[in-house]
Design a protein. Structure first.
Length: 281
């Protein structure tokens, strides 16, 4: 009887799952020892329900199979002409000048983007070791261009931190922008970094002063984005000294939480005093 009960789950693998007789609980420990279970097998139901997700395949558009489909008859090509009988390349405009040539390429253009000429610390190290740049004097656009460390400046110069682990010279450099790692590496060696705003005329007059005998005055930033950058002490901006107590160095519009809270309380007190003074009795 026990052998018949043990054989029953094995025989039921190829047929419909069958429940065990009522006395199956008595031989449950023996079944567990043999690696069997009293639960009915589930493999048949699982295999029967296997299928792909509904979004696994995209429905194919069947063309030319009757007008009811919406893509029948002319198959979406229209009547006659080059579009139905053959094919035309993208942007073809009937033989006349293409739109991309007349109107130019379409797309977003960031008007605030700038092209910075990169200067890395390892290049400065190499130029100083070779004697092409004097580290005892302030380094500006003039020294970078005369030593051919830079080959032309577009919208400014940015100091980057490649070679920061081996940089050892003490320098005083003025650039348009600088990364945080480059600032930390220069200051760790005992130097200073100053970021200053330069417009087109300022770049040319600083890099090539012999072309500007009158020594024009350097312009200050006007846009909010530039002012916020050069007044931030974290960027070593030359306008960081203009910050007042309570000003937010990262924004001209948003104030610090403490300053905003004080201003809000003061405004409430003023409104309350005005309301009391307007009372008749």
């Amino acid at each position: 009887m026990a052998l018949r009960l043990l054989r029953q789950p094995l025989l039921s693998l190829g047929r419909r799952p069958q429940a065990f007789p009522p006395n199956a609980d008595a031989i449950a420990p023996l079944l567990l020892k043999c690696g069997l279970t009293t639960a009915p097998p589930r493999h048949a139901n699982i295999l029967a329900n296997l299928k792909d997700f509904d979004d696994s395949y995209q429905r194919v558009i069947r063309r030319g199979r009757g007008p009811s489909s919406g893509k029948g008859k002319t198959s979406g090509r229209g009547h006659k002409g080059q579009g139905q009988h053959g094919g035309v390349p993208a942007g073809f405009n009937g033989g006349q000048t293409k739109d991309i040539i007349v109107s130019g390429p379409y797309g977003e253009k960031n008007v605030h983007s700038v092209i910075m000429s990169p200067v890395n610390l390892d290049r400065l190290q190499e130029w100083i070791d070779a004697g092409r740049i004097d580290a005892t004097k302030p380094i500006t656009f003039k020294e970078l261009c005369e030593s051919r460390c830079l080959h032309g400046i577009k919208d400014g110069v940015k100091l980057l931190a490649r070679g920061k682990t081996t940089f050892k010279h003490t320098i005083n450099i003025t650039v348009s922008r600088a990364s945080a790692e480059a600032i930390a590496a220069v200051e760790a060696a005992g130097g200073t970094v100053t970021t200053r705003y330069f417009n087109k005329t300022g770049i040319l007059s600083t890099a090539y002063p012999h072309h500007f005998p009158h020594n024009p005055r350097l312009a200050d930033p006007v846009s909010r984005k530039d002012v916020e950058y050069y007044r931030n002490p974290a960027h070593r901006g030359y306008l960081s000294g203009t910050l007042k107590e309570g000003d937010n160095p990262e924004s001209l519009f948003f104030k610090n939480a403490d300053t905003a809270d004080k201003a809000r309380k003061q405004k409430r007190r003023q409104v309350g005093k005005k309301a009391k003074s307007d009372r008749l009795f």
